[in-house]
Design a protein around this ligand. Structure first.
Ligand code: SF4
Length: 195
């Protein structure tokens, strides 16, 4: 009896293994397809972070939809563990007021396919850049702050430092414009079908 059953068991095991391997590959492929997400980073430099507040307010309405489509690689307002690696879109808020910030911005630029300047500070440098026009006496008064935080002589907009692909002006940014940019990026990077 054992001579009769053994080949059947072996065949069954072998066939089962092969089948399960094929199913596994198909499952992994569909899983990968399902999991393709827009890789997004949100960064903040010198500013009051009001556009970050708008960003979180927008998420109140869009989180359920976007969480399936967007991988927030870097967004300190959302999580504590953040990584700066390859990004599809980097949203950058705030003006650049130190060499350290300029260097970080250059790194973000090299790792991002699209870089969007968010809010007036990032787009024009203002209102942060008002200090560029301070008189000598006022500059003297804030001298110790400039030294302490290693500030640049002049506050700069993002485009003074790197190439910027798109602007979201406003103080803070306009929520509807932000949603349009995100939804446009979802189409551009083939995360969702074009309408
Ligand atoms: S653009 Fe306006 S709201 Fe945005 S960070 Fe600058 S000052 Fe704040």
């Amino acid at each position: 009896m054992s001579d009769y059953r053994t080949p059947r068991i072996l065949w069954g095991v072998l066939f089962g293994e092969k089948l399960s391997r094929i199913c596994g590959i198909i499952f992994l492929m569909s899983f990968e397809k399902q999991q393709k997400k827009l890789r997004v980073g949100w960064f903040t430099f010198t500013c009051c972070e009001d556009s970050t507040v708008v960003f979180t307010e927008v998420l109140n309405d869009y989180w359920q939809e976007w969480v399936k489509l967007i991988d927030f690689r870097h967004a300190r307002v959302l999580k504590t563990k953040n990584v700066l690696d390859d990004l599809d879109v980097a949203f950058v808020e705030g003006a650049i007021s130190s060499e350290e910030q300029a260097s970080k911005l250059r790194e973000i630029r090299t790792k991002s396919k699209v870089l969007v300047a968010v809010g007036a500070c990032a787009v024009t440098g203002m209102p942060s850049a008002q200090r560029n026009d301070f008189d000598k006496e006022t500059m003297k008064e804030i001298g110790y702050i400039m030294d302490r935080f290693h500030h640049l002589d002049k506050v700069q907009s993002l485009s003074d430092v790197v190439n910027v692909d798109a602007d979201l002006p406003g103080c803070p940014m306009n929520a509807d414009d932000f949603v349009k940019v995100v939804n446009g990026a979802l189409e551009t990077f083939n995360i969702v079908e074009k309408k």
